[in-house]
Write a protein that binds this ligand. Structure first.
Ligand SMILES: [Zn+2]
Length: 131
């Protein structure tokens, strides 16, 4: 069954990927990695609107870091499994997103036009939310 998404749903989900800039369905999510160094640890994360390709890219970039370098420390030993599970759940959540269209590309708008259009889209979603 092919259900056409409502305008409200499209405005919420069909924006630009914040990581590659292409115009494709996106989802707000985040990925975290941790590097344990016995008594220190380094943590980094990315969050925002991801297209399916970027969710895939960051999941497969960050989770090997967690699995290989994440657990070398007392605190890291506790945090890293939580990060691996959280990343995996978020990644699995992104797998229900539609594929990035083959013809998807970075829009060729001038920056001011893009910002104006984005602001208008946000305003439209607010108006729809208000009824
Ligand atoms: Zn992307």
């Amino acid at each position: 069954m092919n259900v056409v998404p409502s305008i409200k749903e499209r405005l919420r989900t069909e924006l630009l990927c914040e990581y590659c800039g292409i115009e494709a369905p996106t989802r707000r999510t985040s990925f975290v990695y941790n590097v344990g160094m016995f008594f220190l640890r380094q943590e980094a994360n990315v969050s925002g609107l991801f297209c399916k390709k970027c969710a895939h890219r960051y999941y497969w970039k960050f989770n090997p870091i967690n699995l290989g370098l994440g657990w070398w420390g007392a605190i890291s030993m506790i945090l890293t499994p939580a990060f691996v599970v959280a990343n995996t759940l978020r990644y699995l959540g992104c797998m229900s997103m539609p594929q990035v269209p083959r013809e998807a590309k970075v829009p060729e708008l001038f920056r001011e036009e893009y910002l104006r259009a984005k602001e208008r889209a946000v305003q439209m979603v607010k108006e729809l939310d208000e009824g």
